[in-house]
Design a protein around this ligand. Structure first.
Ligand SMILES: [Zn+2]
Ligand SMILES: [Zn+2]
Length: 245
């Protein structure tokens, strides 16, 4: 139909193309703990987005009970694409820093199991829940800032990695891929998860650590007791969703 209309009235079609191009846009809003994304991409950018999303969304392997909806898979895949772009170091830096997300919280917020929620702040998005905070804290760089009674900054420590390079390497050699049962996501796209969180005195040592891809790392923290954590013979861990009672 589009082809026929273009044949009949080439000028109108050209005008429409300009119109479509001008309508492109992407709005990002924070709303109630979510970030809402709405917009129109031109067909070229749209095709690239589809191709990139499809490349990330792996077909379900036999025995893997992926219960996510198609929309949830796309949402997770978009997060994964951004994660890879940020990790890849190919994005331009801003203010002399590699682009990254920053979360600000107090130590007690990190340790709190959920009674005092809503205090940790993530860059330009707003408040995050304690479990999301702990997931991010599992594998990140930390800068300690000590505030005085009036909120004035008394001391800023150096940014340090939660998981030192040598320990990351050891866990990578042992696990090689995400530790979720059936997941094939390679180590380079996985986080290091603390089975017992360091905020609750878990050690940042091999026996307490496991590789987990972005999607499954989120699942492990978000699903809590619904996830079974099993010790493997090689000293690593296997995670899977608990089924039945
Ligand atoms: Zn974790
Ligand atoms: Zn995974």
């Amino acid at each position: 139909m589009r082809y026929l209309l273009a044949e009949l009235d080439p000028d109108a079609d050209a005008e429409k193309a300009v119109d479509r191009y001008e309508r492109r846009g992407l709005d990002i809003h924070e709303s109630d703990g979510f970030v809402s994304v709405r917009g129109y991409l031109d067909s070229d950018a749209g095709a690239k987005l589809r191709a990139a999303l499809e490349a990330i969304i792996t077909p379900a392997v036999a025995g893997d009970r992926d219960e996510r909806t198609a929309a949830q898979k796309r949402a997770d895949a978009l997060g994964e694409i951004c994660d890879r772009a940020l990790r890849g170091g190919q994005l331009p830096s801003s203010g002399g820093h590699k682009p990254q997300i920053q979360v600000t919280c107090t130590l007690s917020e990190l340790r709190n199991a959920g009674t005092l929620t809503g205090q940790a702040i993530i860059d330009r998005v707003g408040v995050i829940d304690p479990e999301t905070l702990r997931r991010i804290a599992c594998d990140c760089n930390i800068t300690r800032i000590i505030l005085g009674l009036q909120g004035e900054i008394l001391d800023v420590g150096r940014s340090t990695r939660v998981v030192p390079v040598a320990i990351r390497r050891a866990v990578t050699v042992r696990d090689m891929r995400c530790s979720w049962e059936g997941c094939e996501m390679p180590a380079e796209y996985s986080d290091i998860h603390h089975v017992r969180h360091w905020a609750f005195d878990g050690e940042t040592k091999e026996p307490n650590l496991a590789l987990a891809c972005g999607h499954h790392h989120t699942a492990i923290h978000a699903l809590g007791d619904q996830v079974e954590t099993l010790r493997r013979p090689d000293g690593g861990w296997t995670f899977r969703k608990r089924h039945g009672p």
